[in-house]
Write a protein that binds this ligand. Sequence first.
Ligand SMILES: *Cc1c(COP(=O)(O)O)cnc(C)c1O
Length: 372
Amino acid sequence: MAVPFLDLGASVKALRAEFDAAISPLIDRTAFIGGEVVTAFEREFAAHCGARACVGVANGTDALQLTLEALGVGAGDQVITTPNTFIATAEAITRSGATLRLCDVRADTHLMDPEALRAAITDRTRAVIPVHLFGQPADMTAIRKIADSHGLHMIADAAQAHGAHLGERRVGTLANASCFSFYPGKNLGAFGDGGAVTSDDPDLAERIRCLANHGRASHTEHALVGMNSRLDAIQAAVLRVKLPHLNDWNEARRKAARRYDAMFEEVETVIPVSQAQGVQGVYHLYVVQVPDRDGLLEHLRSKGIGCGLHYRAPIHLTEAYAHLGLGEGTFPVAERLQAHIISLPMFPEITEGQQAEVVAAVKEFVSVSAGA
Ligand SMILES: *Cc1c(COP(=O)(O)O)cnc(C)c1O
């Protein structure tokens, strides 16, 4: 039995009538950009996070770049993030004009190592971007202390972590600004590209809003050299239909993750990503480490089981960032993890039967390769 990596169709089917009812009036009114639907979504998403402000933008990459620009971070400045992230985190830093600096991660959680961050800070460092990778919040308490003691802006890459908690607080409130993506495959996904920044600083949010809308301060005034990065009304309407279901979908992902954890418990060579104390992650991805990753990838694909690599290469070893001149061995933990991780099928509607199928295929490969 084939198991898909992701099933976007399930929520579309379940909510189809609501999507049609939300989108139709926008077509009738030709209300495509901005307007009350976007404003309402921004208000609802801010409330969901517990943040004071939310600005809808065109995608998650722009959310990061606009936040850096709005904070005045650019040429001559350094911004630190981790090597094992989607390349967008690095692209946003580079496109802001700042210099990308990387620091290694913890082997258990795959998240930014606060001590490595501390060691990477120089007198040109202006901001740090921890990534809530795979849906698990980074160690924002430790990172906050270090950021504050060096006067750094703290920006969260929350593209994979809508709805995750650190203690009592939701992702979206744990940094000066938190940047979300609504790419269709994310935990909260639109019918196209979309993104948002949440913040407890209304002035920062307004600067981002202004930059994202051609620097407009009013209908007639262009106060800043901005860009075009707006969340459109149809995406906002789709996201408003989906948002009330986000908690349930995240809970279903957590349940599925606990089932995987239990099924892999006696398989010593399969190591799931550890969840830190006090964290409630939202399992955008369910990732395990295995000894022969490429072999397992091929085996699962041959059985029709969807899987992925997030990501194949750490940032400093991609061709795009070869100019950094950072060779193999620079970030040993991230590099070792990257060589051994594989992402298994994970979506809210995944069934216990599908998971059993995945686990059986993994076990089959692991025991065969152990015996070989
Ligand atoms: C998806 C993602 C982004 C970028 O979001 P887009 O909306 O595709 O631009 C940034 N960072 C991480 C970690 C992501 O997973």
